[in-house]
Each structure stands twice: as C-alpha cells, then as structure tokens.
Design a protein around this ligand. Structure first.
Ligand code: HEC
Ligand code: HEC
Ligand code: HEC
Ligand code: HEC
Length: 372
C-alpha cells in the first residue's frame, strides 16, 4: 500500500550545544526514514537558518513553510509547499507556524524573521495549490486551538496534521470536511490515517485513523538501536570534551562546599538578604533559556564550578546551583572568624562580573544592591 509520511515540525532540540549535537544525529536518522514533508516549527530555527539549511542539504530533509520570511532578504526561507505523488494521487503539502511563537536563534549575527498571518497566507496559497494537486494537506505548526480556527476560516484543506501540540487525537475527527490529525511529541506516538480514495475522481471517500504509542511492546529496530547506542557514546564524549574545557583545577579535595542552607541556620539575616538577590536566581536564568547544561554558562551561574567538590550536573554537587554564599566566601569548611574571611570575598566579584558579562560593574554600587 502506498504510504505518505509527514512530520509536524519541532524536530530540533533546545538552544544549547549538547542539544544541537543531538539534533544533528536526529536529522541524520530522519533522513533515512523516507519522510515526504516536514513542517517548520519555531524550534527548528533554534540553531539558526544556516544550520537548518545545512541539515536539509546533508540529510535531504523535506522541510517546507509558507509563512516565515527572512527579514534580511524578504523572501520565504523554505519552499512554499511541496507536491508529492503517491499511489496515483498528487498531494500538495503546505505548512505554516504560529506567529505568537517566538523564534530565538542561538546563531551569532542575530538573524530575524517575519512570521506572516497563517489565515491570510493559506487563503492565498491553497487555491493555487488546488489547481495543481488532488489533495491538500496542511501541516499546521499551530497547536490545537489555532489549527481549528484556521481550518474553519480557510477552504480547500483536505487533511490537517496539527503540530506544536501535546494532544494525541486517537479518534477520527472531521471539522468542516477536513480530516484532523495531530502529531504528538518526542516520537512517542505514531499516527496513521488510512484514506480510501475514489479512483474515478481522486476524492477521499472515507478515512480511518489510529494512534499507536511507541512503547516497550513495540520492539526496537536493531539497526536504529545500534546507531542510537553508538551515538550515546559519542554524545558522552562530546559532553566530556566540553566539560574538560573547564577542568577542576582549583581548591582541594579535603575542603567542601556545605551549601547555602547550612549557612542559613546561623546567619538568618544575611540569608534573607541573599534570598532576595539575583544571585539566588542565577541558575534559573539559565534554565529559562535552556542553557543550564552549558559549561560556558554554568561557570559563573553556579558555585565552585572549577573547584574540587564544586558544582557538577550530578548529585550531590548539583545542589550547588546559583551564586551561593560560598561562591564569594569560599569553602565553608574554611569558615574563619578573624575578619579576613569576610574581607577576601570582596575580590571575588570580578571573576564573574567581567567586562563581557557585566560591563556596568562597579564594586560600590553593586555591593550596595546585595549588601549584608
Ligand atoms: C560566581 C560568580 C559571581 C560572583 C563571584 C559574583 N557574582 Fe554577582 N552575579 C553573578 C550572576 C551570574 C548574576 C546574574 C544573576 C541572575 O541570573 O539574575 C549576578 C548578579 C549580580 C547583581 C545584580 C542582581 C541583584 O541582585 O541586584 C549584583 C548587584 C551583583 N551580582 C553583585 C555582586 C558583587 C558585589 C559581587 C562580589 C562581592 C558579586 N556579585 C560576585 C555572578 C557572580
Ligand atoms: C564570566 C561569567 C559569566 C558567564 C560565563 C556567563 N554569565 Fe550570565 N551573567 C553574569 C553576570 C555577572 C551577570 C549579571 C550582570 C549584571 O547585572 O551586571 C549575568 C547575567 C545574566 C543574565 C541576566 C539575568 C537577569 O535576568 O538579569 C542572563 C540571562 C545570563 N547571564 C545568561 C547567561 C548565559 C546563557 C550564559 C552562557 C552562554 C552566561 N550567562 C554566561 C556572568 C556570567
Ligand atoms: C556575591 C558575593 C557574596 C555572597 C553570595 C555572599 N556574601 Fe557574604 N559577604 C560578601 C562580601 C564582599 C562581604 C564583606 C563586605 C565588607 O567587608 O565590606 C561579606 C560579608 C559577610 C559577612 C560578614 C558581615 C559582617 O558584618 O562583617 C557574613 C557573616 C556573610 N557575608 C555571610 C554570608 C552568607 C551566610 C551568605 C549566604 C547566605 C553570603 N554571605 C553570601 C560577599 C558575599
Ligand atoms: C554553626 C553556626 C555557623 C554556621 C553554620 C556558619 N557560620 Fe558564619 N559565623 C558564625 C559565627 C558565630 C560568626 C562570628 C560572628 C559573626 O560575625 O556573626 C561567623 C562569621 C562569619 C563570617 C565573618 C567571618 C570573618 O571573620 O571574616 C562570614 C563571612 C561567615 N560567617 C560566613 C558563613 C558562610 C558563608 C556560611 C555557610 C557556608 C557560614 N558562615 C556558616 C557562625 C556560623
């Protein structure tokens, strides 16, 4: 039976170098699946347009999108729609994304994109497609609510596959003559729609849909599994290489960071001042940007990063998130009361407040904001 394979987008991982490495692997594997069309998700631009173009080129990925333009060139960044012939039927596949989803790239050079209104774009594109194809498929990277709205406002879409959704449509759903399907997340489910087509006029007569969870009851493909295992090793090496750019070269194994909670028990007033400061939010600032596994950022947004017994991604060292007391004062096991211990913390600021990350830094005014 002829099969048409489509993907609703957001193939790429979050904006950090580890996930970029993983995305390269994912693209390589997806390139072997024979996918016919992939709608663009905002995540697919996480590493910049040049990276997306490189993946498309290297792995033959059929990305398509009709509403994202480069502000630099004013042109669409991907083919407006794709035409695929399967089983004697020509399918036109068009994809749009939600303008409300922000595209933020990790690429240097600050690329900017314009995301056009989906309804207006589709009202113009779909009729042109209908002249050339039998069946129009929308890969709406729009989430559930906006997809429904678009389908109600645009005529001529036969099948809609919703991307950017966590919902699995397990039952058949038809909205204004359009067959509604959705693609779920992390490749956990695979949706299948059997279309019964009238051979005399190419029209869809009936459809039956099914969503299958790709759980343990479905055996892994040995060939793909081997590639995944091989990749995991290379990913570990990659991470280690990046971490090893920040070796633990300071401090001593004999000393320990005891953690801000321990200081709280004796220094309640100081702790209250610290809890209100940005230093206690430093790790969260990374998490918000998906950068909390980046050694390049952790070095200043955690405690004791390059020190023996300092911050690491794994327990027990991962309790040393944020710029804690000991980031400035040093190992708690060296706690002294001769007055020098507090004073030496004054020299700590500029290790992190350097020209690049804190150009406005000035000891007096900055201390004033966190004083205790
Ligand atoms: C281990 C690195 C590190 C050290 C050491 C450090 N800072 Fe910071 N500081 C940061 C980071 C990271 C932020 C941003 C926090 C965030 O994510 O909001 C910050 C933010 C701040 C802010 C703005 C947030 C606020 O609460 O007003 C002030 C002021 C500040 N630091 C003062 C200082 C002073 C003064 C020193 C030295 C006594 C110092 N810092 C030492 C990393 C450091
Ligand atoms: C050399 C130390 C250093 C490195 C490396 C560093 N930061 Fe920071 N970061 C700081 C300091 C210091 C501040 C506070 C600047 C200020 O307020 O003057 C800050 C502030 C921030 C803020 C603003 C917090 C807020 O809401 O005010 C964000 C977000 C941030 N950093 C993210 C990152 C990311 C992401 C990386 C890695 C790509 C990174 N930082 C690497 C030291 C660093
Ligand atoms: C951003 C760096 C930084 C952080 C974080 C920090 N301190 Fe300090 N702390 C200093 C500096 C610098 C001084 C010395 C100020 C001076 O002598 O003018 C100081 C002074 C002190 C003093 C002496 C105060 C006095 O009256 O002489 C105590 C106690 C103290 N800190 C405890 C803590 C505790 C507990 C925490 C965590 C809850 C903490 N500090 C977090 C930088 C920091
Ligand atoms: C068991 C109680 C206790 C704990 C826990 C404790 N302190 Fe103290 N700390 C004291 C006492 C008592 C003093 C001396 C009186 C004062 O300055 O408040 C002191 C003084 C200090 C000073 C000034 C020292 C100097 O002479 O320069 C700093 C800085 C300090 N503590 C930081 C910390 C930090 C950071 C932690 C957690 C890593 C911590 N303390 C944990 C009891 C404690």
């Amino acid at each position: 039976m002829p099969v048409l394979q489509v993907d609703g987008g957001d193939l790429f991982g979050r904006r950090n170098k580890n996930e970029r490495h993983q995305s390269e692997f994912l693209c390589k594997i997806c390139g072997t699946f024979g996918i016919d069309a992939i709608g663009l998700g905002e995540q697919d631009l996480n590493f910049g347009l040049a990276f997306l173009e490189q993946m498309i080129e290297e792995h033959g990925l059929p990305f398509t999108n009709a509403n994202v333009k480069s502000l630099g060139t004013g042109a669409l960044i991907l083919p407006e729609y794709l035409v695929v012939e399967r089983g004697g039927i020509t399918f036109g596949i068009v994809s749009v994304m939600d303008p409300a989803q922000k595209i933020i790239t990790m690429a240097s050079g600050g690329e900017e994109f314009e995301v056009l209104e989906p309804v207006a774009v589709l009202r113009e594109v779909v009729p042109r497609m209908r002249d050339k194809v039998d069946t129009v498929i929308l890969l709406g990277h729009l989430g559930d609510a906006l997809t429904d709205q678009v389908i109600k406002e645009v005529q001529g879409i036969d099948i809609s596959v919703t991307g950017h959704t966590y919902r699995n449509i397990t039952t058949e759903r038809v909205l204004d003559d359009t067959i509604m399907l959705s693609s779920a997340y992390e490749g956990r489910y695979i949706g299948k729609a059997d279309l019964f087509i009238d051979e005399t006029n190419g029209k869809i007569m009936a459809v039956s849909t099914k969503v299958t969870g790709l759980d343990d009851t479905i055996p892994d493909d040995p060939e793909i599994l081997a590639k995944v295992e091989e990749y995991k090793v290379s990913l570990t090496e990659f991470k280690e290489a990046r971490r090893s750019a920040y070796p633990r070269i300071y401090g001593s194994k004999e000393e320990d960071f005891i953690g801000d909670r321990s200081c709280k028990s004796c220094h309640e007033d100081v702790w209250q001042a610290y809890a209100k400061s940005g230093h206690m939010q430093a790790y969260n600032s990374l998490r918000v940007q998906g950068q909390h596994f980046e050694p390049d950022c952790l070095v200043c947004h955690t405690t004791g990063f390059q020190y023996e017994n300092g911050y690491a991604d794994d327990a027990p060292y991962n309790r040393l998130i944020n710029v804690q007391c000991e980031a400035c004062h040093g190992y708690g096991t060296q706690h002294a009361r001769d007055g020098k211990w507090a004073a030496q913390a004054k020299d700590s600021c500029v290790i992190c407040h350097d020209q690049e990350n804190s150009p406005e830094f000035d000891y007096a005014s900055y201390w004033d904001r966190i004083k205790h």
